[in-house]
Design a protein around this ligand. Structure first.
Ligand code: HEC
Length: 188
């Protein structure tokens, strides 16, 4: 009787372990997603405020300084690494690593197959590091700085050329994946 009980307990424990691991992973996802989702609306608000106050050229500073600043603040608060990456980057440092590149390529394929870029995310545990990416969709307001040549005003073009001589972040259309927020958590 006794051995049967403990065997039963063992069985329950064995069944519960993967479930617990799964629940822990779900909690990680919820927590990480919440942080990744909070940033874009704040940035959009900042962009819109700058555009209304000083026009497009001065709004360049919002994408240039505010976004990295926000990422830095969240990084300091959470201890996670947070940055923006793109397959066609403007900031020379926004080059994706191998995992990020594969995920961005997958995002593009999913959008080409009809998915809504706003819904795309990816999470994976690699070598004790929790990695997460959330796609940043191109919206109409992004086109004056990331759209086709005809959509970017001349003064914005000049400023962008001056600041980013190797700029690749143009030619986007609404709905396309402009890039992604990428989060790395090594202490899980
Ligand atoms: C006023 C011009 C302007 C607007 C509008 C704008 N951006 Fe940007 N964007 C920039 C600049 C400048 C950079 C480079 C920032 C830097 O130096 O880190 C940039 C960089 C980025 C990056 C980082 C990757 C890279 O290519 O360097 C992403 C992602 C991005 N923008 C997405 C968006 C999205 C999405 C929108 C619309 C919601 C948007 N941007 C609207 C000017 C703009």
């Amino acid at each position: 009787m006794k051995t049967r009980m403990s065997r039963q307990r063992l069985l329950i424990a064995m069944m519960a372990l993967p479930m617990l691991a799964h629940a822990a992973e779900d909690a990680l996802l919820l927590e990480t997603r919440a942080v990744a989702t909070a940033m874009p609306p704040k940035l959009m608000a900042e962009l819109q405020k700058e555009m209304a106050a000083g026009g497009l050229v001065s709004a360049i500073a919002a994408c240039r300084d505010t976004a990295p600043q926000m990422a830095k603040e969240i990084s300091a608060k959470t201890g996670w690494q947070i940055r923006r990456v793109s397959l066609k980057n403007r900031n020379p440092k926004a080059v994706p690593d191998a995992w990020e590149k594969a995920v961005l390529t997958e995002f593009d394929q999913r959008v080409a197959a009809g998915a809504d870029a706003a819904t795309l995310e990816k999470a994976e545990i690699i070598d004790d590091t929790y990695r997460y990416m959330k796609a940043l969709p191109t919206q109409p307001m992004c086109l004056s700085c990331h759209g086709n040549a005809g959509e970017i005003p001349a003064d914005v073009k000049t400023k962008l050329r001056e600041l980013y001589p190797d700029d690749r972040a143009t030619g986007y259309t609404v709905g396309a994946v402009r890039g992604a927020i990428s989060i790395k958590r090594s202490s899980m």
